[in-house]
Design a protein around this ligand. Structure first.
Ligand SMILES: Cc1ncc(COP(=O)(O)O)c(C=O)c1O
Length: 334
């Protein structure tokens, strides 16, 4: 039997190590998984999930989704909970994992985890993974289990990134070939690809890398979708460019079309990036982040462009509760 912590023990551990700079954090974080393994809660917390399982894909048989949390006047709310839970189930389906809970149960457990940890703002990572049964390559006999991790996290691409933009480079690593890995599903194993892209970018002094697809067209960042503004029109790569279909991407497309912009999904050759007026990333963690240079070449004027800024105003207006949540994107935690 793996060691089991009580909910109280985990909560106090969490309070101790929530601070991102705390050296205990890396070592202890794996104990903070809030399990819904044998019922929605109250069962205590197993400490048996190796840290690397959720550190993106060093273990292949894992599927996850992330949801971000928003602060509104009415308190804390989760952004696009339903969309994220739907994607979690779809991703699990692609990798033949049957989640032993309903979508409503998973959504309730996510809200309960935030409440239990008394978090006003956090990053949520529900994980669906295969527990232990066999060492065989075929994991079918392994039980499918679920854990929900919440952590407090600042601006993913740096504190100034939202206003000033980030410097990025085109990666030498490609996104996966269609038919080899299911890029559109959020499956842990393929985050080895994201890790390689991110590590290379950081090594070269960039904040993030942009990966091309197997055919040389622009795909996405290691953890963000990409948009380009050219002559007043917005273009983003299609699913066929091996992108993850981002939930933030979907919201941004909706907001942009409501503002009257033409948004097209089309293959983007690399050189179009250098000719673009604006480029920005979207993602749960990155939100909407302008790109100010690519491979040392300034994008447009070399800062945040007006279309990106307008979309940020709309997006952050909704997530902060200042603008009406007219698409019902927020689920209050209470
Ligand atoms: C590879 C990749 N692309 C795009 C995204 C953005 O997706 P979303 O907006 O759903 O967070 C993510 C988010 O983690 C990602 O990992």
């Amino acid at each position: 039997m793996p060691p089991t912590l009580t909910v109280d023990e985990v909560t106090s551990l969490l309070l101790d190590i929530r601070d991102f700079d705390n050296p205990l954090r890396e070592k202890e974080l794996h104990k903070l998984l809030y399990f819904i393994k044998h019922g929605l809660q109250e069962e205590g917390i197993d400490a048996d999930i190796p840290y690397f399982w959720y550190r993106y894909g060093t273990m292949a048989k894992l599927s996850d989704a992330e949801t971000s949390i928003a602060q509104t006047d009415d308190g804390t709310a989760v952004f696009c909970l339903e969309g994220h839970v739907d994607r979690l189930f779809n991703s699990a389906k692609v990798v033949r994992m049957e989640i032993p809970y309903t979508k409503d149960e998973i959504s309730a457990a996510i809200l309960e985890t935030i409440r239990a940890n008394e978090l006003a703002s956090c990053y949520i990572r529900p994980l669906v993974y295969r527990g232990f049964e066999t060492f065989s390559i075929d994991p079918t006999p392994c039980p499918v289990e679920v854990a929900i991790v919440t952590i407090e996290w600042g601006r993913y691409l740096g504190p100034e990134a939202i206003e000033q933009g980030v410097d990025v480079g085109v990666s030498s690593w490609r996104r996966m070939t269609p038919g080899a890995f299911p890029a559109a599903a959020k499956v842990g194993g393929q985050y080895i690809n994201s890790q390689l892209i991110a590590m290379e970018a950081h090594k070269h002094g960039y904040v993030e890398g942009i990966a091309l697809d197997a055919n040389g067209y622009v795909s996405e960042g290691s953890g963000e979708n990409l948009f380009m503004v050219s002559r007043g029109e917005i273009v983003t790569p299609p699913l066929a460019s091996s992108i993850l279909e981002g939930i933030t991407r979907r919201c941004v497309v909706t907001l942009a079309r409501e503002e009257g912009y033409t948004v097209r999904e089309e293959f983007i050759p690399r050189e179009a990036l250098y000719m673009a007026d604006e480029v920005f990333f979207t993602g749960t963690a990155a939100e909407i982040t302008p790109v100010r240079s690519i491979d040392g070449v300034p994008v447009g004027e070399g800062g945040r462009g007006p279309v990106t800024e307008r979309l940020q105003e709309l997006f952050f207006g909704i997530t902060s509760g200042e603008l009406e949540d007219r698409h019902s994107w927020l689920t209050e935690v209470r």
